[in-house]
Design a protein around this ligand. Structure first.
Ligand code: PLP
Length: 401
């Protein structure tokens, strides 16, 4: 009889975190990494926001308690976050049919959503864009979903193939869950137009599908309200919707693990019933959420002055990404690299997809010490005055052969 063993087959490293490890171990002095999905400034650092430092100062002075928090988080945090996404005056909020829950980051929000849906029998099949954030398929498969994909961009990777996307979703069965990126699609940086959001909303309503919106970058695209405008197209009278949001990027609170799941039900009674199931999904998983990150976000959002200052800091991050996009397009065009790169300037969020082959990505790493994710996904925030030219030279070399 063989004894159980923990050491049979090692798991592959996480696609993106594994690259970060390889980058750290690379001894070449001129190495460049645009792989990680974190915002960095011109010095390559991810500093703590000034408003976060101020909120932490206030929290320390108030000397609270480390008692357990409610399973779904503090009410004040939950209401502020719900209003940040949906707007305090929206019918879904004033009617009481939208209920927010604090979660450990956006990943936690998605996992709670997945467990809630499976537990209540609300969905078995989940459709996601191809490509998508690599954690999406494995997370929903781990939660017991049958994962299907819908095509997203055309072969250039820089335009949505609307007919292919809507055509695939027309095959979804009533009750299927459709995962959509609320803004700043990862990895393509390409978001639906307002008109396409409307058509997606119509199709979801016609076919009786359940939308789950992953909003991990609200404010990194065009602004807070602007980046929620697409998903608001899905908040129709009596319609159900789930939104998972994250403050990892927008408050630069990566390590604090703070985010939220918002459940929008048919009416207030259905929302209360749904919330009881959300709480069970959490109770059997991590029991109740960590406090510090949520306290920071609550302190900032509840204070008019701090909130205004945070919006300025958020806009500064957004604007850095936008100007880096323009600089990248100029650098690629000036090297006469075949292809139309202009779309990169109008994409949203931290990522751009260069559409490279696996061999080109491998050459970037092996020959030029340039680390990018599969198909040439790059973190645009990671470009600096120092690394832009060497990066563009390396891309030119691998594309021109
Ligand atoms: C599309 C998308 N969803 C969710 C997340 C998860 O964010 P968090 O770190 O808050 O769990 C990320 C993070 O990279 C992401 O890109």
């Amino acid at each position: 009889m063989s004894l159980p063993s923990f050491s049979r087959v090692p798991a592959p490293p996480d696609a993106i975190l594994g690259l970060t490890e390889a980058f750290k171990a690379d001894p070449r002095p001129n190495k460049i990494s645009l792989a990680a999905g974190v915002f960095v400034d011109e010095a390559g650092r991810t500093p703590v926001l000034e408003t976060v430092i101020e909120a932490e100062r206030r929290l320390a002075a108030a000397a609270g308690t480390k008692l357990y928090r409610p399973i779904d988080g503090e009410q004040a945090y939950r209401d502020l976050v719900r209003d940040l996404v949906l707007g305090a005056g929206h019918e879904a909020v004033t009617s009481g049919r939208a209920v927010a829950t604090q979660t450990p980051g956006g990943t936690g929000g998605l996992r709670v959503a997945a467990d809630f849906l499976r537990q209540t029998g609300s969905g078995v099949t989940l459709w996601m864009s191809e490509p998508t954030w690599p954690n999406h398929p494995q997370m929903f498969a781990a939660a017991g979903f049958r994962v299907r994909t819908y095509p997203y961009t055309d072969e250039t990777g820089r335009r949505i193939d609307e007919a292919a996307m809507l055509g695939a979703l027309s095959d979804a069965a009533p009750g299927d869950v459709v995962l959509l990126h609320g803004a700043c699609h990862n990895p393509t940086g390409v978001d639906p137009s307002p008109e396409l959001w409307r058509r997606i909303g119509d199709l979801i309503a016609e076919r009786g599908l359940l939308p789950l919106v992953d909003l991990a970058y609200q404010g990194f695209g065009d602004g807070l309200a602007e980046d929620a405008a697409g998903l608001m197209e899905l908040v129709r009278p009596g319609a159900e919707l789930l939104v998972s949001t994250s403050f990892s990027k927008t408050f630069s609170l990566y390590a604090e693990r703070v985010g939220a799941l918002i459940v929008i039900a048919r009416d207030a009674a259905a929302a209360a019933s749904a919330q009881s199931h959300v709480k069970i999904a959490i109770r059997v998983n991590y029991s109740n959420p960590p406090a510090h990150g949520a306290d920071i976000v609550r302190t900032i959002l509840a204070d008019a002055d701090l909130r205004a200052r945070w919006e300025v800091e958020l806009a500064a991050m957004r604007n850095r990404i936008k100007s880096n996009r323009a600089a990248l397009v100029a650098a690629l065009e000036s090297r006469s690299i075949p292809g139309d790169w202009s779309g990169i300037a109008t994409q949203r969020g931290m990522f751009a997809l260069l559409g490279l082959s696996a061999a080109q990505v491998a050459r970037l790493k092996d020959e030029f010490a340039v680390y990018v994710v599969g198909r040439g996904r790059i973190n645009v925030a990671g470009l600096t005055a120092a690394n832009l030219d060497p990066f563009a030279d390396a891309v030119a070399a691998v594309i021109k052969g």
